[in-house]
Design a protein around this ligand. Sequence first.
Ligand code: IPE
Ligand code: IPE
Ligand code: MG
Length: 255
Amino acid sequence: MAINFWPFMNKNKLISNEDNQINIIPNHVAIIMDGNGRWAKQRGLPRIAGHKQGMDNVKRIVEVANAYQIKVLTLYAFSTENWKRPDQEVKYLMKLPQEFLNVYLPDLIKENVKIEMIGQMDQLPPHTKEAITKAIDKTKHNTGLILNIAMNYGSRSEIVNMVKSIAEDVHMNQLDPSQIDEQLVNNYLYTSHLPDPDLLIRTSGEIRLSNFLLWQLAYTEFWFTDAYWPAFSEKEFVEALKAFQKRKRRYGGLE
Ligand code: IPE
Ligand code: IPE
Ligand code: MG
């Protein structure tokens, strides 16, 4: 099914044409939401103002993803390395999920969004954990977009945990080493129930993965933009989707 290119702008009577069609929608889009601090600095504001603006942009981009019938949107919100930042910034970042959900959970419920989380939940402060757990519970029967928040997520730590769990199961005679294959490894990751991302977007001009989904991104298409996350717009998101549909995915084979 061809989906119109500008679902929101059309409401404002902008004309669409053949070029404005997206036929191939990625099932799973992952985004490294980077550049909040620089966005704020550019405006003479404290870094946390950038995080606040970034939070509001999450809601906007969720709406776009939903409109395009993307099935899973994984957002990198806090990495296992982000604890190195000044206490005050970490404290603010740990308050953001709560703030985001206080403002937007009712809308997300109405919009049939299902909230999930990947990362080490047990290391989060209780108030952060509670807010996320509540949102997961309240949206667990929703059938629309899966909004998967990567919070205290690090791919290497995920891989270490996977190896530990497999070793334990072998040790307990619940698993034979001959059963270990790619599918089994996948089953021990946080993302076991999700398809691998089709498209990875990173904002802010940085061209690196910063410990994000190292296993899952093996055959993902990458798209980078200089825009800082708070300024990453619907238009830019659509650019990424447009670029994605032109990619030829071969998975090591031939077209
Ligand atoms: C992304 O923006 C948000 C998090 C990593 C939590 P940054 O805070 O990294 O912003 P920059 O990269 O310093 O501009
Ligand atoms: C990656 O951004 C993590 C998140 C977006 C949550 P960083 O700003 O932490 O990454 P580096 O330090 O520039 O690699
Ligand atoms: Mg950054």
